[in-house]
Ligand binder design. Structure first.
Ligand code: UGA
Length: 432
């Protein structure tokens, strides 16, 4: 099948590359010509394990191509995936759909035969209806079908999530497109993925409701972790004990810093905004957003307590600054709140991240990047393990710190309290 992917961000690129690997002819389109030129040279602008290899492989065998010409690419394709960004509107909570509607307008001028137009971007309920209206202005309704097919890919695990999804959701009541899409996804369905066909609006909402629910689950365990800290209980026992109940499940019950990334913070706000539009109060999600926004300050308070409120000239090391492991993404990472706040109080921050230097801290005084774990730990008073990279899971602290005994604050509960304390370090973690 001939597919056109519009937008070569994380969702578009991963989907395009994986579809081509399944044997489809895929053309990935982006306005950004520099990006397209890089991709043509096999260079991938985002960090996603396994992605570069798949780009090179499928580009070489000519199933995958790149272009900045939307019109021609659309004309030559049967199925069009819209994968552009839907960020939070500046100063508001709702999703900014400018890019989506701009693409829809361009598409409306390029429909030469029947096309299935699919939104893979996370879009609020009724966006599909709006796209349909835009396309109808210039085209006969029989020439296209607008379908919602949300993605459920996690950064850092995106290739695996694409190939082995729990479910594939296709929102459309149109028979022909449902048949074509079921066929497109048949290699994944035959490996066990559930295929769910719903109305277009339901598919749009499934995506937001799923992200909001996962964000709620994390926030819930983070608050339980606070209670555990005050009652001498290990939150991991609670996660395991709750998770064994199949109705609850053990995943996404890891306590830690505030959730971040390009999706949960944005999507929880956007669903609240959509609900407001439809005069519905999503009080649970509203309180999740509030609780998560408070979380970084709560953990910061803990840091102040650990250092007896003496921050001036204290050497603090951050191991990992991205919002989670296996990604270079800094969007809504809690380090963006914690590091500037600590630096403002006079602490001297060094950070190491496996994905390298971060521009986000460039202008902040007393914050510097070190290119190895060893260098970042040198002379440290407090080590904060902020992300759960494998690189941080078996550090021989004794060997690195040479006589000095820094305090360790493990925000991802990677280490065991007994083992680290036995080495003579003061050790703090989350909810235990
Ligand atoms: C999330 C969803 O998991 C995907 O299903 C969805 O497709 C994607 O958003 C999206 O909408 O595009 P992602 O943002 O890549 O994926 O990352 P997650 O692995 O879900 O983690 C999000 C945040 O929750 C991170 O800050 C992570 O550290 C935190 N988290 C996750 C926890 O604190 N505890 C957990 O148990 C799990």
């Amino acid at each position: 099948m001939k597919l056109c992917i519009i937008g070569t961000g994380y969702v578009g690129l991963v989907s395009g590359v994986c579809f081509s690997d399944l044997g489809n002819d895929v053309i990935c389109v982006d306005k950004d010509e520099d990006k397209i030129n890089l991709l043509k040279k096999g260079k991938v602008p985002i960090y996603e394990p396994g992605l570069s290899e798949l780009v090179v492989k499928n580009f070489r065998n000519k199933r995958l191509s790149f272009s900045s010409n939307l019109k021609t690419s659309v004309k030559n394709s049967d199925i069009i995936f819209i994968c552009v960004g839907t960020p939070t509107k500046k100063g508001g909570r709702s999703a900014d759909l400018t890019q989506i509607y701009n693409v829809a307008k361009e598409l409306s001028l390029s429909i030469n035969k029947f096309k299935i137009i699919i939104t893979k971007s996370t879009v609020p309920v009724t966006t599909g209806d709006e796209i349909e209206k835009i396309l109808s202005k210039k085209n006969n309704k029989h020439k296209f079908a607008v379908v919602s097919n949300p993605e459920f890919l996690r950064e850092g695990e995106a290739i695996r999530d694409f190939i082995y999804p729990d479910r594939i959701v296709v929102g459309s009541n149109e028979k022909k497109s449902n048949r074509i899409l079921k066929n497109l996804y048949s290699p994944l369905i035959s490996k066990g993925a559930q295929y769910l066909n719903t109305s277009r609006r339901a598919a749009e909402l499934i995506k937001y409701a799923s992200n909001a629910f996962l964000a709620t689950k994390i926030t819930f365990i983070n608050e339980i972790a606070n209670l555990c800290e005050n009652t001498g209980i290990n939150v991991e026992d609670i996660s395991i004990g709750m998770g064994l109940d199949k109705r609850i499940g053990s995943r996404f019950l890891r306590a830690g810093p505030a959730y971040g990334g390009s999706c949960f913070p944005k999507d929880t706000k956007a669903i609240i905004s959509t609900a407001d539009k439809f005069k519905t109060n999503l009080s649970v999600i509203k309180s999740v957003v509030r609780s998560n926004e408070n979380r970084s300050n709560l953990l910061l308070k803990r840091v102040y307590e650990i250092l007896n409120n003496r921050l001036k000239n204290k050497k603090i090391t951050f191991l990992g600054v991205t919002f989670k492991a296996n990604t270079d993404d800094m969007r809504d990472s809690s380090s963006l709140i914690m590091i500037p706040a600590l630096a403002k109080k006079g602490a001297l921050i060094k950070y190491f991240d496996p994905t390298g230097y971060k521009n986000e801290f460039k202008k902040i005084k007393n914050v510097s990047f070190e290119n190895s774990i060893k260098k970042s730990l040198k002379d440290s008073d407090l080590i904060i393990i902020h992300t759960e990279w494998n690189d941080f899971k078996s550090i021989n602290f004794k060997h690195f710190v040479k006589g000095k005994k820094p305090i360790i604050y493990d925000m991802r509960n990677i280490y065991s309290h007994t083992k680290i304390s036995a080495q003579g370090f003061k050790y703090f973690s989350v909810g235990r």
